[in-house]
Design a protein around this ligand. Sequence first.
Ligand code: NAD
Length: 338
Amino acid sequence: MYFHNEGFLVHGVDNNQRATFFGPQGDTRWRQQQLVDNLKNFRHHELDIRYRAGILDLVKELRPNCIIHTAAQPSHDRAAAIPFDDFDTNAVGTLNLLEAARQFCPETPFIHMSTNKVYGDLPNTIRLQELETRWDFADPAYVNGIPETFSIDQSKHSLFGASKVAADVMVQEYGRYFNMPTCCLRGGCLTGPNHSGVELHGFLSYLVKCNLEGREYIIYGYKGKQVRDNIHSEDVASFIHAFYQVPRCGEVYNIGGGQANSCSILEAFGLVEEFSGLKQVYRYIDQNRIGDHICYYSDLTKMKSHYPGWNITKSLRQTINEIVKAWQSKINAHVSKV
Ligand SMILES: NC(=O)c1ccc[n+]([C@@H]2O[C@H](COP(=O)([O-])OP(=O)(O)OC[C@H]3O[C@@H](n4cnc5c(N)ncnc54)[C@H](O)[C@@H]3O)[C@@H](O)[C@H]2O)c1
């Protein structure tokens, strides 16, 4: 949507694999259909990024002037059950796209959505303080959050984190070895009104959906005080646009809402309740997800110094409000259909 509104002809590649990964709740066809119906310069390509010949052919035919790679198996919990699908999608799919770019459009900026899970569970070794509703960093070195210099080595990543490390390093390598304008954006929580949140992925979107449907949300460990930084998809898109306009080779940026747009699960409950007027139903299980971060927020210093014209424009409150409104209208539309 963002790039279409900026005047680009946008080609979307998606095979709705999210519905295979997560079932009907993860289905993204509704959004694809909206884009096809409403945007005159949007073309959908029903293609699996694991299908190497198909990706090579498409990139050869289009020779795009920007490649934004967001297709993934995005859940660390899900990856353990489907290791081949996870690695083939995240690592091999990324290689297919990189190699297609190298062969047919090596000058094209290539932006890859990586993840903060490349840091594994190492952020959990930082000294923390427990506050009333959240954990926070107690070590002054991390007052602005986790920087890109943080080690991605020798920690527990989940199979998802490991397949994303493979992709991340490969994207960097195509930048450094072949001098291609590539970058990895290591995301915190990326979200917005069009996210198809499910329990295993899309924390805020799923939490809001549970709130509105009166469904039980399960908190796994850390007293519900685990912290995530949340960024609206439009702010992610505007950063990608800034990179596209002034690309660099083999760069890495942490991208998220930063400290200002961070919240714990308990704090998210409070904010969502404020906008929906509904009490959050939840259950606490005193067992954290394997390798789950206790506190994570992105240090945005590097991206802001390389791209001083870019900044976050949507506060956490605005983002949550938009997600609440979007789910309300989807739920109402569904109710009026049945
Ligand atoms: N949302 C987040 O909080 C978050 C955080 C960190 C990193 N990321 C990364 O950002 C990217 C986008 O995340 P998202 O939240 O939009 O995920 P998403 O699952 O909502 O979107 C990914 C899309 O890729 C498609 N896809 C999956 N496998 C495919 C394949 N083999 N071929 C073609 N299409 C395929 C899915 O159908 C889905 O529509 C991913 O790389 C993810 O790892 C997301």
